[in-house]
Every structure is written in C-alpha cells, then in structure tokens.
Design a protein around this ligand. Structure first.
Ligand code: PEP
Ligand code: MG
Length: 754
C-alpha cells in the first residue's frame, strides 16, 4: 500500500478518477474500472463498492472478490462490517477483521483469505449512499494517509452518484430517488399550527460544485482567501459592534476564533487541496468527519467542540461559495425553516412575518426557541431525528405542529387532506374566537382567570384576540435577547409603558430579567458553566449585579406611573433572596419619590415558585410576597431532575403524575393558608387536560401561551370543578404513576372537550 502513503497517493488517485470520469462506457463499466484502479493504486487485494438500495447494502462492483457476487450479495442494513460503517457514518480500520464481532461471512464472495479491512462511508450532505471497502490478506492497520485517500475517493464517488454520473446504472436511480420520495418524520409538537410550505435550510450547505480541482495552486489561494474572510468576520464580530452577534455569546465566538486559527484544521484542509480536491470538497470532507465524530461521541464537551468545528466548516463553505452570512437570506413566502438547533434570538432574527414554520432536529419543547415560536404564533416541530439527512432546501413539506409530524415532499392526496385540516382548524379558531368575551366559569360556578404569557410588544394584541384577562407572565428578558445591545433605561421604560397601555386596564405581571441557563445575551460576557440550569441565572444574577436589576425596576416603576404595577422575581430559592430583591424595589420607589416622579398607584411584588426549596417556604412568605406564580417548566425540571431543554429527558416524567400533582396541591394549600394569591404560569397551564387537573387541585389563575386560552376556556366551561376535584383526589391516592389516562377517561365521561 505504498502508493497512497502520502498526499501524493491521494493526488494520483484523484487524477485517475478524473480520467475515469472522462472516459465513456456504461455506469457498471465505470464502477468496475474504478474499483480496479483503486485496488491497483492502493495496492489492495480487494476493493468493493456497496451501494444502499432499499433495505440492503448491495455489492455493486468489486476487484478481488468473486465477480458472481456482484448484485447478488446484499447485506441487511445493520449486517456485517459494511453495515457498521454505514450506520456509524465513520470509517472502520481493522487488522483482523474476521474476528470482529460484527464480521459476517458471505461464502459467495470468497472473502475468507482477507484479514485487514478498511471501510469508509459514501456520504453526501448527511445522506449515506453506501460503503467503499479495501481489504488485504496480510494483517495490518491502514495508515491515516490511506484512510484519507479512500475517504477522498468515497467523497468523489458520492458526488458522482448524486450528480447522476452513473445515470443509467439500474438501482442507483433508486438511491437518488430517495431524495424525492414522500417521507413522514415523527418529532414532537413544540408550537401549535399546521402549515404547508417550502423547506429553507438554516445553515444551507454550499453547493459542492467540482470535487476535483484543475489547479491545486489556485484552489489553495481560494482556501486562503476564504479562511481569511471567516477569521476576519469573527474578529470583527468580537471587536466591533457586539449587537451583530445575537444568539452567540462572546466566549463561544472566542472559541470559534481559536478553532479557526488552529493550524491543524487549516493543515488538514490544505492537505486535501494539495492532493487535488477543490477547496470546497476539502472543507466538505472535514465537515463530514466532524459530523461523524459528533454522532459517535457521548461526551458533551467534545460534542460541543465538534459542533463548533462543524459550524466553522459551514462558514468556510459559505465563504467559498461567496454567500454573505451577515445578510438575511431572501426567503420564499411560505418558508419553513429547517435547522438542527435554533436559539431564541436566531428565531427572532428571522421574524414571524418571514416564517411559516420551523422544524428542528433537536431541542426540547420548553426550550426558549419553542417559547418564542409560540409567542410569535409560528408553528414548530422539534426533536425530529434524521431530519437534516432527509430534507433538501426547496422541498415541499407539511408541518404539523399539533401532532408533531413533518411530511416531506407530500403526495397530492396528503396535501389535499392537510388543506382540509387547515380549513377545519380555522373553523375551530373561529369557534374559540366566539368564546373570547365569555368569562371562564365552570358549570358549578367556579371562576378561573385565564391569563396570557407574553414577552414581546407584539404579543399584547393576543390579549384581545384570545380573550385573556391580563398578562400573567411578561418575560422581560425577550427584549434583551432581541436587542443588539443592552436595552437602555429609556427603551425598557418605553416597552413596559407600551405593554401597560396596550393592556388597558387588564393586569400585567412583569417578571424581572430571567437570564442565564439557556437564555444568554450575546453582549454580556458569561462564564461557561457545567450545569447552567443550576447555575448563575435569573435573580441570582440580579442580586449579584444589582445595577441591572435596579435599572429594570426603575424602568418598571416609571412606566407604571399612576397605574398599578405587578412585579415578580424568577428562580428565587430562599426567603432571604426574596427579601433582598424586594428591598431593591423599595429602594427604587424611594429613588423615584426623591426625584419627584409620579409613583405607581399600587404595587404588588410577587415571586415565582420554580425552585423546590422555595415551595417549602411558603408559610415564611406570608406577609412578604403579594402573590406567587408557579413556573412549572423550571419547577418540574428541578423536581424530576430532568433538563427541560434536553429532548431525551424533557418529557420523560409526567406532570400529571401523583408526585407532581401532590406537590402542586401542597403549594396551593400552603398559599391558601398563608393568604397569598397563587397562579400557574408554566407551559402546562395551556394544555386543557393539565388545566383541568390544576383547576381540580384548586388553582383559579392560569397563565399560558395565547394558543392555549381558547381550548382551556372551552374545557373549563364544560367542567364540574367539584366532581373533577373528587375524581382527582381518588386518582392521587393510587401509586405514583401518571394519572393522565384516568384523567382523560374522566374528561371523556364528562364530555369535556380536550
Ligand atoms: C417556568 O419556568 O415555568 C416559567 C414560566 O419560566 P420560563 O419558562 O421563562 O423559565
Ligand atoms: Mg422559569
């Protein structure tokens, strides 16, 4: 295998490949030539191409194995070493392959004399087309250069398959056709709504164009220029106007810049270019490797670094393609954004008017991008495994944010069924609109206040539209997250005044800044924390850096001049923290009086119950807190020790289970004993079944996203609260399991619309 032991080996291979592309012949003949050429150049006894066809990896061409095995040997998806390479999308280098646990012997191939095995996946844009293999009789491990040479061939091969260079090869059409087949992808519903639209990739892969370069020197210059552009842009973002880097915190950028300046990354790219790859192809190869390592790694730190590296590869690809990533892309009018992950600020950057929907490969339903999507009324489906490997920019798709499904490239019948569903949904929305001015009173006369969760000025119109009694939770941090720089006192005051004015006489509860955790500001330096959800966030930051919190309180007090003001603090854990926060309110009231400002007509100071420790302090808050609001998103993540934004665990535990409901009942009872008003403002309050449970537990104030108000009101109007309380009481006597199915049964017996 001497021929490929340095980058000149890759160069020879690439040159021969190019020649091969230029000769005529059938697709099969060209594949046959390709395997002979690779085997000869790499001094391998065997070179085989397996292509994925239907549910099998089929041997399409071989040099060294028995020719009669071609098109006869078909390995199941997870069968053998070939299956392992395809599944892991990473190379496999073995000196003693027959003793590997995944080795599968197929006698028809005559494979027995070969000990060493090197397999690399044939992938393009995260789609695996098959596996390219070389084998040798002698027991040896292939060198890094050999691995790289074979990966390069696989890459060119993937490009040739995708571009139809083997056009008439039977079966390959099927491989290519996968991209145009309809597919149903199951994820989770993050934000309600059903839309038909066109896929737009958040991070589009630059078109790969040519893989093999004509002039390596010119390619290296292109690569140098693109590297300089990416590094320059990162430096500019760090040094210049920090507002332009919304969504990416400073330390992330610093890490990016460090990685972008890493000589080993550059060296690897240059090696590819010097071997004859185009600059784009060299970067694409690096991206593929980072992706494969990312998929294989379980270490969160390493995964984050690899994610950063992949992001850099993407930036570099865009620079090579001449795409300016700082300018907003032109979107089609029915754009459905497709991304791996999306920060709340990134979603806001796109804006509700430019997006019909969002689909994410990852994410948890209570992560802030999902909350922002709900606030904006943009339907969202998340946690869709394999999304990015199946969707192409420009694909037609149906996003079903009610069921948590995505239908790619739907057939006409599916489309027309969805059109009907969309029409039905708008009828239902019209029915909810008719309930708009009706108070939510149960059949047995219990009045329930339904309030709105909001965070942006544009949310406030939902008050009228949905028929909410007020804003139960105004997330003030959203203004900070959408801003390019720290909002100044005047901007904060103006927003709060606008919100109070738009709400007319309806009460608004402002929550002070809830930053940290997953809500990072690009313009505020923050230390990386091992456990951000348990870290320096919310009121903890406010108390340690009181200037920011005092400014905000000052803005709230002056915005509410002559009006009633309700303020609450997030993630308070001890009574002492609440006392300290409340003292800041008093201090600002004093400041305002000293400066001759008109004070609010009334001021109520409340606290969010999100930390379980505070839930056990309610008697101690008697006479101190004017109201409590239970943030079930956080309270439940701490109660069940399950990260709300980690899709693997976020929905693992049910809020409708006895331990959670008993806990909530206890909070409600303690609040009643302490004579403190209590509400629930987590996302759960906006789901009819959960809302029924909360009313049954005795809660009479629920705050929720706008989309929940109609359905929850409809359920409450048909509810007998006393009967529900009794039924739930029975259910909670049982073991700690979920009562969801019993409660659903109760709802159906009572004819409650869910
Ligand atoms: C909560 O934790 O339930 C809550 C309402 O606050 P946020 O979702 O903004 O953290
Ligand atoms: Mg919270």
């Amino acid at each position: 295998m001497v021929g490929a032991a340095d980058s000149s080996g890759s160069r020879i291979l690439l040159r021969k490949l190019r020649d091969l592309m230029n000769v005529g012949g059938s697709a099969q003949e060209r594949l046959d030539k390709l395997v002979s050429m690779v085997a000869a150049t790499m001094v391998a006894d065997v070179c085989s191409i397996y292509l994925t066809r239907g549910a099998f990896h089929e041997l399409f061409a071989t040099e060294g194995l028995k020719p009669e095995a071609v098109h006869r040997t078909r390995l199941r998806m997870n069968e053998g070493l070939v299956g392992l390479v395809a599944e892991s999308t990473t190379h496999l280098n073995l000196a003693d392959a027959p003793h590997h646990e995944r080795f599968s012997y197929r006698p028809e191939t005559g494979e027995d004399p070969y000990s060493s095995f090197l397999g690399v996946p044939i992938v393009r844009s995260e789609r695996t087309f098959g596996v390219l293999v070389v084998q040798n009789r002698v027991q040896r491990l292939y060198t890094d250069d050999e691995v790289e040479a074979l990966q390069t061939v696989a890459m060119v091969l993937a490009e040739m398959v995708a571009s139809g260079a083997f056009g008439d090869l039977s079966g390959l059409a099927e491989v290519e056709a996968r991209a145009s087949k309809p597919e149903l992808l199951i994820g989770r519903a993050f934000s309600d709504g059903v839309v038909i639209g066109t896929a737009v990739l958040h991070e589009p892969h630059a078109p790969l164009g040519r893989v093999i370069a004509d002039d390596p020197i010119k390619e290296e210059l292109r690569l140098d220029a693109a590297l300089a552009q990416v590094r320059g842009a990162l430096k500019e973002m760090l040094d210049g106007d920090p507002g332009r880097i919304s969504g990416v915190s400073r330390d992330v950028l610093e890490t990016f810049l460090m990685l972008a300046s890493d000589p080993s990354w550059e060296g690897k790219l240059k090696q590819g270019v010097r071997a004859g790859l185009s600059a784009d192809a060299a970067v694409e190869r690096s991206r593929g490797e980072h992706r494969a390592k990312f998929n294989a790694s379980r270490d969160p730190y390493l995964r984050e670094r690899l994610h950063d590296l992949e992001d850099l590869d993407n930036r570099l690809l865009r620079a090579l393609a001449g795409v300016d990533s700082t300018r907003p892309v032109a979107l089609p009018r029915d754009a459905v954004l497709v991304a791996r992950e999306l920060g709340p600020a990134e979603l806001l950057d796109y804006g509700a008017d430019r997006l019909k929907g969002v689909v994410l490969e990852e994410g948890g339903a209570t992560a802030h991008a999902a909350i922002v999507a709900r606030a904006l009324g943009v339907p969202m489906v998340g946690d869709v495994h394999g999304l990015l490997s199946r969707v192409e920019g420009g694909d037609a798709l149906v996003l079903d944010g009610e069921r948590g499904e995505v239908r790619l490239r739907p057939e006409p019948q599916v489309l027309s069924a969805y059109k009907q569903r969309i029409a039905l949904r708008s009828e239902r929305a019209a029915a909810f609109a008719r309930l708009r001015n009706k108070p939510a009173i149960t059949k047995d006369g219990e009045r329930v206040s339904l309030l709105l969760n909001a965070g942006l000025a544009l949310d406030v119109h939902h008050l009228e539209e949905a028929g909410a009694e007020g804003i139960g939770l105004f997330r003030t941090e959203f203004q900070f997250m959408v801003s390019e720089t720290l909002p100044r006192l005047n901007a904060q005051t103006a927003l709060y005044r606008d919100v109070l004015e738009a709400a007319h006489d309806r009460p608004v509860t402002f929550r002070t800044l809830d930053l940290g955790g997953d809500k990072m500001l690009p313009y505020m330096a923050a230390e990386r924390e091992e456990n951000p959800a348990l870290g320096w966030r919310a009121v903890r930051i406010g108390l340690d850096r009181p200037a920011l919190l005092r400014y905000q309180l000052r803005a709230l007090i002056s915005a509410a001049a002559g009006r009633s003001l309700r303020v609450m603090f997030p993630l308070v854990t001890t009574v002492a923290e609440f006392d300290a926060a409340r003292a800041l309110v008093d201090r600002e009231l004093h400041w305002s009086a000293e400066h001759g400002r008109k004070p609010p007509s009334r001021i109520e100071v409340g606290v969010m119950v999100e930390a379980p420790a505070l839930a056990w302090c309610i008697p101690d808050l008697c006479g101190k807190a004017d109201f409590l609001s239970i943030g079930t998103n956080d309270l439940m993540q701490y109660f069940f020790a399950a990260d709300r934004s980690n899709a693997r665990v976020a929905d693992r535990y049910d809020i409708l289970s006895a331990p959670a409901l008993r806990f909530l009942r206890r909070i409600r009872d303690d609040a009643a004993d302490a004579n403190i008003q209590v509400s629930i403002c987590g996302e759960a309050a906006g789901r009819p079944l959960e809302a029924i449970a909360f009313v049954a537990l005795g809660f009479r104030r629920l705050s929720m996203p706008a989309s929940g108000i109609g359905p929850v009101k409809r359920a409450i109007l048909s509810l007998d609260a006393a009967a529900a309380a009794e039924a739930l009481e029975q259910m909670l006597r049982a073991d700690g399991a979920s009562v969801r199915s019993e409660l659903t049964e109760f709802a159906s017996e009572m004819n409650l619309p869910l």
